[in-house]
Ligand binder design. Structure first.
Ligand code: ADP
Length: 265
């Protein structure tokens, strides 16, 4: 099997927060393209890894960025000792061999990149490799999944309506306090009581969203704090290193977060 390196062999730990697994599996049955919407660090990537494991399908993940071109996704000719050889890009690999292709933060990519997915996300299910003069028909198992952070979007940087309307969507947000504490315990190894405190701190930081913070602390950040605590760093210092300093440079917001941390610690 050409994509065996992309198969996930051990079940990734994932705490379900609603009906997202059932909805995704129903969509996958018809290979419906799916958009995972939600803030950074709230479990979208972990979810897609878990789903790929459950469905026993290889997962090809691409982190999109503003310099990404269509060729980075689709493939290009490379020079070798015998001349030029075509090398499939990650999207083409997934299309040819039947993987789930996860394009993380697709809006970061240039518009010409998003256009290549159009013919894959309607009933044609084809990918044109223009430079190679080839049309690849999607393998029956191929599915496209993208992530999208509604908080970051501006008018200039958003998915086109014609792209959005090709996808079903699943909303992600931070898990409930109880679930989030469980996740933090599992992933960082801290005790329940510590995880509960960290979740309270995160909730306070999330209330500062729109009041100086673009986004509150994510579950990922809480796990980082937990990991430092596990290495013997006191809670307040761990919060500084892994939470306060990364998310803001504003002295007032830093001090507001500091007070929230002291109140919860
Ligand atoms: P996103 O893709 O939304 O930016 P990730 O999936 O990378 O976020 O989540 C960041 C980290 O938080 C993960 O590596 C995992 O440790 C943890 N995490 C978040 N949500 C969950 C969840 N529901 N179940 C298990 N782990 C989670």
């Amino acid at each position: 099997m050409p994509l065996k390196d992309y198969l996930i062999t051990e079940e990734p730990y994932y705490q379900s927060t609603g009906k997202e697994i059932a909805h995704f599996e129903a969509a996958y049955a018809d290979r419906m393209p799916i958009m995972l919407k939600g803030p950074t660090g709230c479990g979208k990537t972990r979810f897609v890894e878990h789903i790929a494991y459950r469905l026993r399908k290889p997962l090809v993940t691409v982190s999109c960025h503003e310099d990404m071109t269509a060729s980075d996704l689709v493939g290009r000719y490379l020079l070798d000792a015998n001349g030029t050889v075509w090398q499939d890009g990650p999207l083409t690999l997934a299309v040819r061999h039947g993987a789930i292709c996860y394009l993380d933060e697709i809006v970061e990519a240039r518009q010409d990149t998003t256009v290549v997915i159009h013919s894959l996300t309607d009933d044609r299910r084809i990918l044109s490799l223009e430079k190679k003069n080839e049309v690849v028909r999607a393998h029956p198992d191929f599915q496209l999944v993208i992530s999208y952070n509604p908080g970051y979007q501006s008018v200039l940087k958003d998915l086109k309506e014609s792209t959005k309307q090709r996808f079903g969507a699943i909303d992600f947000s931070y898990p409930s306090a109880k679930l989030e504490a469980e996740i933090v315990c599992h992933e960082s190894g801290v005790e329940q009581a510590v995880a509960d405190k960290l979740v309270k701190i995160a909730e306070r930081s999330r209330n500062l969203r729109g009041h100086g913070l673009e986004e509150g602390a994510s579950t990922r950040m809480l796990i980082h704090v937990g990991q430092l605590i596990n290495r013997g760093v006191p809670l307040g210092e761990a919060c500084d290193v892994a939470l306060v300093l990364p998310i803001t440079d504003d002295p007032d917001i830093r001090s507001a977060l500091g007070s929230a941390i002291s109140a919860c610690a």
